[in-house]
Design a binder for this molecule. Structure first.
Ligand code: TXE
Length: 499
């Protein structure tokens, strides 16, 4: 297998770097790629290219929406052409099974297709009731140069919930992907140039967050920072942004609850709970990591869930039948195992898993067995903290009120799910759940038109949908006087008084 060598992508071409960071496979340890460890000069060049492309209005920011949509459409075609190649890069660098990587690229392309359509019709308002001789225009303009900082769990989807929307609005962009998974981001930036998106509109600088990320977020020519990652770094970024009164969009962690009522379609709920806790090895911000199950059905539900979970197949990224892949790196695996340890120490009952997996050729990778704890109480660490691994914490409840209180007993508010055949209960509970998304009788559903984002410490702002486009726009109010101006100036200052 060839090692992929990458530089930064700046102003429509590769820009070399003296220092490199290596990415080894979390699944089998082999070297996969080398990325640039960018310095201040590289970040300045990238922001400079984005600024110039934005300020030269005809290049992109004031191009007719239809033209931008056309260019984004060509880009979509090229990504579709290269889907398999992109999926393999994604699977290998993240450690996830190839079929999920494929689905991720397909979904990213879908988001780009939707955002391209939005470029046709940036909404605005005409205000006609401010007097006969006045007209108000409320228009939306692209925000400017956007710094996008993205994580390693879904390198493409987390980027595509931002990038095509910002481009559709007319912004230009500098992306700093995770230093662990930069390959697909660099590849799609190159494809953008091939598709005719002008130089400087998309730039990518790679390297560590603490150096490259900090330089980028502090750069005065960056108008907005759009970040997906941990809550701790999100807080840091919000502080940096505040120093220069920059806009921020933050998509941070989560601790979703999946509530199963006794009157649910139990088989459907089992599917949803299973997918919810193992998808992407549990490295997911809307992971259904807490199962709240009604006491009267809990025993039999858990028996079935454990039986089904035993069939989950762990495998290498290229294993077409694998359900769960490797965790992102050794330190993260150790952290997940230490959360499992805390569950045992704090008195939860281990029903399944709880260990690292090294059998069947997985010994060189960072695999953790699907793990289920029951008798979890709200004071336990595994109930409260984001684990980001295939670990499910189960808590029983006896009433609707108790279920709602348990679900909301968290600092996060990204997503929650509930399972019931009673429509009144479904609507009541979904209204009372404090999260940006609620899934009723389903889980991890997606649609490009549906906004995505969090309450509380899960973030600020929304991605996807029309809201996702508007995040990257500024509102401008323009007053237009019709006919003769009769403003209330002091008499002595009016034109007629002077003449
Ligand atoms: O994320 P970081 P990490 C959660 C999850 C996970 C934990 C740690 O719980 O276990 O975060 O993951 C860049 N200035 N999520 O440490 O550090 C960094 O280089 C500017 C949830 O990998 O937040 C990367 O590009 N940038 C989440 C990006 O921030 C900085 C997805 C995210 O890395 C920076 C990932 C700084 N000071 C992890 N420090 C989700 N919402 O899905 C780091 N970065």
């Amino acid at each position: 297998m060839d090692v992929r060598e990458y530089d930064n992508w700046i102003d429509g071409g590769w820009a070399g770097a003296d220092r490199k960071v290596e990415r080894k496979s979390p699944a089998h340890g082999r070297l996969l790629a080398r990325f640039a460890q960018s310095d201040e000069q590289a970040v300045r060049a990238a922001v400079g290219a984005a600024r110039k492309a934005f300020d030269t209005r005809s290049v992109w920011s004031s191009m007719p929406g239809a033209e931008r949509a056309k260019a984004l459409g060509h880009w979509v075609d090229l990504m579709t052409r290269d889907l398999e190649r992109l999926a393999l890069i994604e699977a290998e660098e993240v450690g996830k099974p190839i079929r999920f990587a494929r689905a991720e690229i397909e979904w990213s392309i879908e988001l780009a297709r939707y955002a391209a359509a939005l470029a046709w019709q940036l909404p605005g308002d005409l205000v006609s009731n401010i007097g006969d001789a006045n007209l108000g225009l409320v228009t939306r303009e692209p925000r400017g140069v956007i710094a996008m900082i993205t994580p390693w769990n879904f390198p493409m989807v987390t980027l595509f919930q931002k990038l095509p929307f910002a481009l559709a609005a007319g912004c230009t962009v500098v992306v700093k992907p995770s230093e662990l998974t930069s390959g697909s981001t660099l590849e799609i930036a190159k494809l953008a140039t091939e598709a005719g998106i002008p130089n400087g509109v998309i730039n990518v600088v790679t390297g560590s967050g603490r150096t490259v990320g900090e330089i980028l977020t502090g750069h005065r020519d960056v108008d907005m920072i759009s970040f997906t990652g941990s809550t701790a770094v999100g807080i840091r970024i919000a502080q940096r942004a505040a120093e220069q009164v920059k806009r921020v969009g933050l998509e941070l962690g989560g601790k979703a609850a999946n509530i199963v009522f006794a009157d649910a379609d139990i088989d459907a709920a089992l599917d949803g709970i299973l997918l919810g806790y193992i998808l992407n090895q549990g490295e997911e911000c809307v992971q259904g990591t807490r199962l709240l199950v009604e006491d009267s059905v809990a025993e039999s539900f858990l028996e079935k869930l454990v039986e089904r979970s035993k069939k989950i197949r762990l495998g290498l990224p290229t294993d077409e039948d694998a359900d769960v892949g490797a965790l992102i790196h050794e330190k993260h695996m150790e952290q997940v195992l230490s959360y499992i340890e805390s569950g045992l120490e704090e008195g939860a009952t281990l029903l399944l898993g709880g260990n690292r997996v090294t059998e069947n050729g997985l010994g060189m990778g960072y695999y953790v067995a699907p793990t289920i704890f029951s008798n979890v109480t709200p004071d336990m660490t595994i109930f409260r903290e984001e684990i980001f691994g295939p670990v499910l914490a189960v808590t029983r409840f006896k009433s609707v009120e108790e279920a709602i209180a348990l679900a909301n007993d968290t600092n996060y508010g990204l997503g929650n799910g509930l399972w019931t055949k009673d429509i009144d209960k479904a609507i009541r509970v979904s209204r009372e759940l404090r999260s940006g998304t609620v899934y009723v009788n389903t889980f991890l559903e997606t649609a490009a038109q549906m906004p995505f984002g969090g309450l509380k410490q899960s973030g600020i702002g929304r991605e996807n949908g029309l809201d996702g486009l508007l995040e990257f726009t500024e509102v401008k109010s323009t007053f237009i006087k019709l006919g003769k101006r009769t403003h209330a100036l002091p008499h002595t200052l009016t034109t007629s008084a002077r003449s």
